[in-house]
Design a protein. Structure first.
Length: 141
C-alpha cells in the first residue's frame, strides 16, 4: 500500500512552471492524487520551499483506480484531439496540463511521455502519420 493512499496533494507554485517530481506546477491551485508519485517524491514536494502544499483526504473512489494499461489506452484516445498550436511544447511533445485537462485526471509526466512515444511509433508504423513525408508505396525500413 502507498504511504499516501487516499490523499490528495494540493499544490501552488510560487513561480509558475516550477518543476518537482517530473511535473511543472502552475501558480494556480492544483490537485493531484499523492499516489501518482512515489513516496519520496511526495516528501520532496511537501518539503520544497518553492511550493505551497498541503494534503487533503481524497474522496472515496466511485470506481476502482485505472490500471496503467487503462491509462495508456485513454492517452492513446486523447492524443489525436490535441491542438498542435496550443497543446504541444516547442519540442513537439504534448503539454501535461493539456493532456490532463482532456483526460480529466492527473497523469505523471513520465506516463504521458511513455504513451506519447508509443503513439508516435504506432502512427509511424501504420503509415498514416498525416505528413507528406511518408511513402505511399510502403517500402519498409
Amino acid at each position: 500500500m502507498h504511504a499516501y493512499e487516499n490523499r490528495i496533494l494540493v499544490v501552488t507554485a510560487k513561480r509558475p512552471g516550477f518543476r518537482r517530481a517530473g511535473r511543472a506546477w502552475p501558480a494556480e491551485r492544483t490537485e493531484a492524487p499523492a499516489t501518482n508519485f512515489r513516496p519520496d517524491q511526495v516528501e520532496a514536494i511537501l518539503a520544497d520551499p518553492m511550493l505551497v502544499v498541503h494534503l487533503e483526504d481524497a474522496p472515496a473512489p466511485a470506481d476502482p483506480p485505472m490500471t496503467e494499461t487503462e491509462i495508456h489506452e485513454k492517452l492513446l484516445d486523447v492524443f489525436p484531439g490535441l491542438d498542435q498550436a496550443k497543446d504541444f511544447t516547442r519540442d513537439g511533445t504534448p503539454k501535461a496540463k493539456s493532456v490532463e485537462r482532456i483526460a480529466g485526471f492527473a497523469i505523471p509526466a513520465a506516463t504521458i511521455a511513455t504513451s506519447w512515444a508509443a503513439f508516435r511509433a504506432m502512427k509511424e508504423g501504420d503509415g498514416q502519420g498525416g505528413s507528406d513525408g511518408g511513402n505511399a508505396g510502403g517500402g519498409g525500413s
